[in-house]
Design a binder for this molecule. Structure first.
Ligand code: 3PG
Length: 307
């Protein structure tokens, strides 16, 4: 009987676990649950004997992968797989997949919530502004960017993007206004929703030059990874422009400095909250379990991210 380990330091909603269990039962796979584990050594112990592993942002490095001597597949229930050592997985003949799109609406709703929160001055009782008619730039027009666009258009925002691999016609057809570069996107839009993956080429991509070029009231909403921000540049932008704001789904490294100097112009979730809804957990959990059954039973490697 194949054993599937679900290892989540930040657990799925209970209903998501129930759904994963149903899929495992139907396929006659054994489900083992490891939640809120305090240390990597717990994961290393638990992965021994498992053929498949479902994780969220849990770190799966070479030690974990090598301890999983029976491991055939790891599915990151979510979009970003920067927490998995892909090279080590490939070296050990282990397939890694993600579940793209399954939690994107939840992330997009959080991004919009943060925009409203900022426009209303963090609900501090003072007179704020509206999103209606404002310019929003989508930096990273993938699954999350598409949902942000859909919701923002409900607020009657003007939505812009730059996409190096999409034609202007495709972007216009989706209801956005195409721009010629990332620089132009930041120069044009008061609000930016940052949704790019933490790939090598994106690390520290957003810094002083882009941020300082934003129009009056420039607000960066980051629901991507903190690693895509050049924090030195961010702090410079906060220092030079007292109208600039930064809201992020996770605390940056510069949090102590930020809290000391720029009260009222930032907001951080205490831990990554974008995908932390019952619906997102259910969608991503079900997709992960189904992808494992499809791979083990039929060799279906759709959504494999290491080749
Ligand atoms: C993702 O990459 O899918 C999101 O960052 C969500 O991560 P989480 O599952 O750890 O909340």
């Amino acid at each position: 009987m194949s054993k599937i380990l679900v290892a989540t330091q930040k657990p799925f909603a209970p209903l998501a676990v129930e759904k994963i269990r149903e899929i495992c039962d139907k396929a006659s796979f054994e489900l083992v649950l490891l939640e809120k584990y305090p240390d990597k050594s717990d994961l290393i112990r638990a992965v021994a004997g498992a053929q498949a592993l479902i994780i969220r942002s849990d770190k799966v490095d070479r030690d974990v992968l090598e301890a999983g001597t029976d491991l055939k597949i790891v599915v990151r229930a979510g979009a970003g797989y920067d927490n998995v050592d892909l090279k080590a997985a490939t070296d050990n003949g282990i397939v890694v997949m993600n579940t793209p799109g399954q939690n994107s609406n939840a992330v997009a709703e959080l991004a919009m919530g943060m925009m409203v929160y900022s426009a209303r001055n963090m609900f501090n009782g003072s007179s704020g502004t509206e999103l209606f008619g404002k310019k929003l730039g989508i930096h990273g027009y993938g699954n999350v960017g598409k949902h942000v666009t859909r919701i923002a258009k409900g607020f009657d925002m003007e939505v812009f993007t730059f996409h190096p691999r999409k034609s202007d016609d495709e972007i216009i057809k989706d209801g956005l206004i195409p721009l010629g570069s990332i620089k132009e996107l930041y120069e044009t839009c008061q609000y930016i929703s940052l949704n790019i993956p933490a790939r090598e080429e994106n690390l520290k991509l957003v810094g002083y030059n882009l941020l300082s070029s934003m129009p009056e009231g420039g607000t960066l909403v980051n629901t991507a990874r903190k690693e895509v921000i050049d924090e030195e540049g961010l702090m410079m932008a906060m220092e030079k422009r007292n109208d600039f704001r930064y809201l992020s789904d996770i605390e940056p490294e510069c949090k102590p400095d930020m809290t000391e100097k720029y009260a009222g112009r930032y907001f951080f979730t205490p831990k990554k909250m974008g995908a932390q809804t019952a619906e997102a957990n259910i969608n991503a959990g079900i997709a992960a379990a189904n992808q494992i059954v499809g791979f083990i039973n039929n060799g279906d490697a759709t959504f494999q991210v290491n080749k």
